[in-house]
Design a protein. Structure first.
Length: 194
């Protein structure tokens, strides 16, 4: 069991990460910061937890995160039988990304995978899977056809022989500025990161 510091306004830590360094832990790392720490030889064995809920008394609900999640892409793929429907799905997703920024950077593709089958895809860092799902639900994004998602679906998409007809890059709404390099490493001894 890890010992967490007492937090003020614990609800602002939802979606951030706790890193257990063994002799101490730090609360409030961003996904990008965790990924950088895991890339270093010094911190390759840390334990990482995502903050899912926070309670008024300062308690946090944590979910253990495998290191591999920070190296993967996840995605959602929406299938259509007509190019017109696929273009509509693609345009709707791009429009949502402009009116309400997604929680992270994401790429959106419109692709043909057979003569009469099309995919609208959104691909993003796997550690944001819950947040992207919530963003799509909150944005009331709806399609007409079948859908699939996850990290395996991304690999199948990349391995497929398909033609990308259109692509857009969506930029995320980072609530916190991620630190890198020396600045990040110097802060690992702090119990509260933000």
């Amino acid at each position: 069991m890890i010992r967490l510091p007492e937090l003020q306004k614990s609800d602002r830590y939802i979606g951030l990460y706790v890193v257990d360094f063994g002799d101490h832990c730090g609360v409030g790392f961003t996904a990008e910061e965790v990924a950088e720490l895991l890339d270093s030889e010094k911190f390759k064995d840390v334990k990482v937890y995502k903050i899912h809920r926070a309670y008024p008394d300062g308690k946090l609900e944590l979910k253990g995160m495998p290191h591999s999640i920070f190296e993967l892409e996840a995605g959602m793929f929406f299938y259509c039988d007509t190019l017109k429907e696929a273009r509509s799905d693609f345009a709707g997703l791009v429009r949502l990304g402009k009116s309400s920024l997604p929680p992270c950077r994401a790429k959106v593709h419109l692709a043909r995978y057979s003569s009469d089958k099309y995919i609208t895809a959104i691909i993003y860092p796997a550690e944001y899977e819950d947040e992207v799902s919530r963003w799509l639900v909150d944005g009331e994004y709806v399609t007409r056809g079948l859908a699939e998602g996850g990290t395996g679906a991304v690999q199948r998409y990349y391995d497929s022989n398909l033609e990308v007809l259109d692509r857009k890059q969506l930029f995320g709404s980072a609530q916190y500025q991620s630190r890198t390099g020396t600045e990040l490493l110097e802060r690992t001894k702090l119990a509260v990161q933000r």
